[in-house]
Design a protein around this ligand. Structure first.
Ligand code: ADP
Ligand code: MG
Length: 686
């Protein structure tokens, strides 16, 4: 068995399954073994059905009479069945989990655990989890729970691991710092625990492994970076001061400090490698603009890379306003740009000072004359290779300075321990006059009474002072949906799609312009819609999370997020950051199905607007196996490392030091070296 073989080489994993796994980032056999349980359920000591009492219960029996129906309430499917044991029968019910219809084999025994409670006037076992009785270790009663990915639910993962049970013995060692065989044993214990202790011990080891990789990546990157040379950029205080004086606002102190850090850093003939972290709306773009101007004044070229065409265009427009009066030559280079050949010729000839673009910037035929600074916005959206491509565009013997910007805060605890040697500037202050976004959780049933009148009011409120559109009548609204078309949620919740929601909102607000935006639209279409929204020609924009990244429309003052419970905390905070950008009061409504009490995540979001605080909460709330940030976009793709475990971190740090003392190790431990590349995008910017 080769750990880097495709998951397709595993029993029971066909091409279709492999495709779903791939979307979840599980491509190789190695990824597969490291798909760790999110949690464990205990099915020990089931109660006889005749003895069942209200509250949390475990029962064991066979299930029949399964059926699914739609509730009258929108967005709700109800799946029901009857579980029987030798002593009696009990009704079970699930909401929005129609996949349960496919889970059970008739006449096989399952364990069920959930709350036995009165619901709609009837006693039911409500939304129980279920596991095949023969899968449960009889002494421990433990059953792992895996994160569902699309159509693959926890029980599917259990089936895959059962099929791969005998493969664990073939897992080779990874680290020289632990006893041989530890890795395979610990992975086995994580997936097939025979006691709760097993799960703890396994998690501890796997956290160590992960920290080891993370710290190793950070140290190696630092070493590499120190070997490189760069063009030192002299500090031009007067020029920069003039530019700052021309701005329509005063810089925040945090912006001043960050800019100062960057200027000092770039003066040295070594490449800057700095992460600029600032909450949404903290004004990172302006820091980038000042840094770019500094470099351009000294005769260098600057490239600014943005993750989407919309964002690149917006940066182009706002930076042109600020920098063109000072003689800076700016160009936009995105997929839709015409006359690319001509633009590229001008770039390589040095006629352009600042290029703002998307991936289109990364093609091999885009060459620079004198690339001195690279700014990457929303850095976690780019892979290492993409960034390296840009870095390689600098003059042969020199690396460019690199400024990466992110709104996904790295929790302070993590920063101090793991990223001790990364240069970081933090914008921990919002521009004056910003008000926190008022956030409220609403059950979807309340929508009509509570939300629509507020929406109407927002739409009739005069435009925000900062709104620039000439066609504006009132303030604007974002409405975020999970899916593009009906039946495409990809989650357990059956979400209303962008298209359906647009239609419904048009019925409610017939006199308003309502349009939609999603990732499957052509780039030019997307840009056109965004442009029109930004000008105030669209009142309500119904969109998927494509608006999550950095788009700035100060006149949009209300955001509604449907199926809020299906997003991660970091992502919700990012989304919410699209409003509250002007001087008017802004609102964010988190719609939930109302079937369950709002999660702690949503309640924390309701309470706080502080991205750093929320990042800490997120880190604490997520159990083992869950990924920090959102599943697709998480900057910190850490599986399990408990980053507040400082003892384990110092042990890993010491062990990495030892490991690095022997240069042969880096050749010998191939898998380790290959595995750490994914951390490099976090710990290095070059
Ligand atoms: P982010 O950090 O999320 O990228 P932006 O750079 O997009 O934030 O800035 C958000 C908005 O704040 C922009 O409209 C920008 O012009 C404005 N802005 C930036 N700095 C200041 C400041 N010091 N005072 C007032 N407004 C500012
Ligand atoms: Mg931004």
């Amino acid at each position: 068995m080769n750990l880097f073989d495709s998951v397709k080489s595993l029993k029971g994993v066909g091409p279709k399954t492999a495709e779903v796994l791939k979307k979840a980032g599980i491509k190789t056999v190695r990824d597969f073994f490291y798909t760790l349980p999110r949690d464990y359920e205990t099915y020990a000591a089931p109660t006889s059905i005749s003895e069942i009492r209200p509250g949390k219960v475990v029962i064991k029996g066979k299930i029949d009479s399964l059926s699914t129906r739609r509730a009258r309430k929108r967005n709700l499917s109800i799946t029901e069945g009857v579980v029987r044991d030798a002593t009696g029968a009990v009704k079970v019910v699930w909401f929005n989990q129609s996949y349960r219809m496919r889970q059970f084999v008739p006449d096989k025994e399952y364990y069920f655990t959930g709350n036995f409670e009165l619901k709609n006037g009837r006693w039911n076992l409500v939304s129980p989890t279920a596991a095949l009785a023969t899968d449960i270790d009889p002494t421990s009663g433990l059953s792992p729970v895996y994160v569902a990915h699309g159509s693959l639910k926890s029980h599917d993962f259990k089936r895959f691991f059962k099929g791969a049970r005998d493969k664990f013995a073939e897992i080779p060692d990874l680290l020289p710092t632990v006893k041989p065989g530890t890795r395979r044993e610990m992975l086995f214990r994580a997936h097939f625990p025979s006691s709760l202790r097993d799960t703890v011990v396994a998690r501890q080891y796997l956290a160590y492994e992960e920290l080891f990789e993370l710290i190793l990546a950070a140290k190696l990157n630092r070493r590499e970076n120190e070997k490189l040379k760069a063009t030192g950029v002299p500090f031009e205080a007067d020029k920069v001061r003039k530019l700052v004086a021309s701005l329509p606002f005063k810089l925040t102190n945090a912006q001043r400090r960050a800019t100062w850090d960057i200027f000092q850093n770039m003066e040295k003939p070594m490449p800057m490698n700095r992460l600029l972290q600032g909450d949404v709306g903290s004004g990172k773009t302006m820091v980038a603009a000042l840094s770019a101007y500094e470099v351009i004044s000294a005769g260098g070229q600057v490239a600014l890379l943005a993750p989407t065409a919309i964002l690149a265009t917006q940066h182009f427009e706002s930076l042109s306003k600020v920098l063109e009066p000072f003689g800076v030559k700016i160009t936009l280079l995105i997929g839709a740009t015409k006359k690319k050949t001509e633009i590229k010729r001008a770039i390589v000839a040095g006629e352009i000072d600042l290029v703002i673009g998307t991936h289109a910037l990364l093609t091999d035929d885009t060459e620079f004359k004198n690339l001195t600074l690279v700014v990457i916005d929303e850095q976690h959206r780019f892979g290492v290779e993409q960034r390296q491509k840009l870095v390689l565009k600098s003059p042969e013997d020199k690396a460019p300075h690199l400024l990466s910007m992110t709104a996904t805060p790295i929790p302070r605890s993590l920063q101090l321990t793991v990223f001790g040697d990364l240069d970081v500037s933090i914008l921990d202050e919002l521009p004056a006059g910003r008000q926190p976004v008022e956030t409220k959780i609403l059950e979807e049933v309340e929508t009509r009474e509570k939300l629509y009148p507020i929406m109407r009011e927002i739409l009739e409120t005069p435009p925000d002072a900062k709104g620039k559109g000439t066609k504006m009548h009132g303030q604007q609204i974002y409405w975020i949906c999970k899916a593009i078309e009906d039946g495409m949620g990809g989650t357990m919740t059956e979400a209303t799609s962008v298209k359906t929601r647009t239609r419904k909102l048009k019925e409610i607000f017939p006199n308003k312009t309502i349009e939609f935006l999603h990732g499957k639209m052509k780039p030019a279409e997307k840009d056109a819609v965004m442009e029109r929204f930004s000008n105030g020609e669209i009142d309500i924009l119904v969109s998927t999370t494509v608006v999550e990244v950095g788009v700035d429309v100060p006149n949009a003052t209300l955001m509604v997020i449907e199926n809020a419970e299906t997003y991660g905390l970091a992502q919700l905070h990012q989304l919410r950051g699209r409003v509250g950008r002007g001087s008017s009061r802004s609102y964010c409504f988190l719609l939930t199905s109302g079937e369950m009490a709002p999660s702690r995540r949503l309640r924390e979001l309701e309470k706080s607007n502080d991205g750093f605080y929320l990042a800490e909460v997120d880190l604490k709330l997520r159990g083992p196996g869950e990924i920090y940030g959102s599943l697709q976009h998480g900057a910190l793709d850490l599986r399990i490392a408990s980053l507040s475990d400082t003892k384990l971190i110092s042990r890993a740090q010491a062990d990495v030091e030892k490991f690095l003392q022997n240069p042969e190790n880096m050749v010998k431990y191939k898998e380790l070296m290959a595995g750490i590349t994914k951390y490099q995008q976090l710990t290095t910017l070059n």
